[in-house]
Design a protein around this ligand. Structure first.
Ligand code: NAG
Ligand code: NAG
Ligand code: NAG
Length: 344
């Protein structure tokens, strides 16, 4: 009897393990997870030139805002799928590649339409996703495509630009909303987006939280009165917003049958790296590797700049807004081990 129960349990858990497999990683968001979609739209928010990608396979700039891989590449690899998540708009790839992973993300975008004027807004990423589902249906057949969608890990990573490049940069939103109201406005958009994904068959969704955005080198550089320390008010906004998102995930999981929505929070691990860089083998967390490391990103972080560091793995940040590959790998590992492991 005991043996039978044991066998049954073993059988059940191996069935569960098989059923829990993730066949594809599907990504929405901003530059934290864009693998080059912006190369194919008219925008200056780009990074498809050296020294971006100098530690990527083949030393190749791809449009990823880092010296190498971004977190979703590491996560896709950890899921046992493949090494990179390709960009949907990149003509080098087609549905046979996208069937196991695709990113619709666009650097400089946000939840708010007003953040994403010149790039791919979140609603447009959803339109691309619907188009993708049709292609997937043709490629795999409807039944397998449906199954893939329901088992795929859908990831969302955005929101920093709404605050730093919109709310606190221009008067429009800040004259209309208090910071708290703006947080609620954005969280409402995130919630609707998740409901849309659910309606389209997605069941495994990771909602990414904000990083300690007051500690991005650009914000520290401009925090002159604060002695170039992290900007506490921006970190507080990130904490508050993350709290809202976390509560929302709890409610949606209760409400939507079969939903497995998780909140992937990069805040504390990143803050720990920034506060104790040497524990992780870094030498600098306050300035970035590229150029002077204080202001530059995108076109300002260009190959001709003689100030760029020689070993990016000594730096937490690659440019003034984006982590190095090494930081991305640590954060991705942390999220996989602590949150996404339930999908493995
Ligand atoms: C995708 O591209 C590869 C070559 O890059 C080609 O062999 C394959 O037939 C294409 N698949 C589809 C479904 O278009
Ligand atoms: C953003 O723009 C799209 C397309 O115009 C629209 O459908 C959507 O309602 C807008 N979102 C918000 C929150 O205003
Ligand atoms: C696939 O999913 C769609 C939308 O949920 C549904 O209408 C369709 O019947 C499904 N097809 C199969 C073969 O399961």
């Amino acid at each position: 009897m005991v043996l039978c129960t044991l066998l049954l349990l073993l059988l059940q858990s191996s069935l569960l393990a098989a059923a829990a497999k993730v066949p594809a990683v599907i990504v929405f968001g901003d530059s934290s997870v864009d693998a080059g979609n912006n190369n194919f739209i008219p925008t200056i928010a780009r990074s498809n030139f050296e020294p971006y990608g100098r530690d990527f396979e083949g030393g190749r700039p791809t449009g990823r805002f880092s010296n190498g891989k971004i977190p979703t590449d590491f996560i896709c690899e950890a899921m046992g799928i493949k090494e990179y998540v390709p960009a949907y708009l990149d003509p080098k790839y087609n549905i046979s590649d996208f069937a196991t992973g695709v990113t619709f993300a666009s650097a400089a975008t946000g939840y708010d339409n007003a953040t994403s004027d010149s790039v791919i807004p979140l609603w447009k990423q959803l339109e691309y996703y619907k188009e993708y589902q049709k292609k997937l249906g043709t490629y795999l057949g409807e039944a397998r495509a449906n199954q893939t969608i329901s088992e795929a890990l859908h990831m969302m990573s955005l929101g920093t630009n709404d605050f730093l490049e919109n709310y606190y940069a221009f008067p429009g939103r800040s004259s209309r909303y208090t910071p708290r109201e703006y947080q609620s406005f954005l969280a409402g958009i995130a919630e609707n987006f998740i409901r849309e994904l659910y309606g389209l068959g997605a069941r495994k969704i990771s909602l990414g939280g904000l990083p300690p955005m007051g500690c991005l080198p650009l914000e520290r550089t401009t925090n002159i009165v604060g002695g170039n320390e992290c900007v506490p008010s921006y970190n507080t906004i990130a904490l508050e917003f993350n709290d809202k998102l976390k509560k929302m995930t709890i409610n949606l999981n209760k409400e939507l049958p079969g939903m497995k929505l998780v909140f992937s929070n990069p805040y504390f691990i990143l803050l720990h790296i920034i506060r104790k860089p040497s524990l992780y083998g870094f030498q600098s967390a306050s300035v970035a590797c590229c150029a002077t490391g204080m202001f530059e990103m995108g076109y300002a972080c260009s190959r001709g700049n003689m100030f760029s560091c020689s070993d990016a793995s000594k730096y937490v940040f690659w440019d003034s807004f984006h982590p190095t590959e090494k930081t991305n790998s640590i954060v991705a590992n942390y999220v996989v081990n602590n949150v996404l492991s339930q999908f493995l």
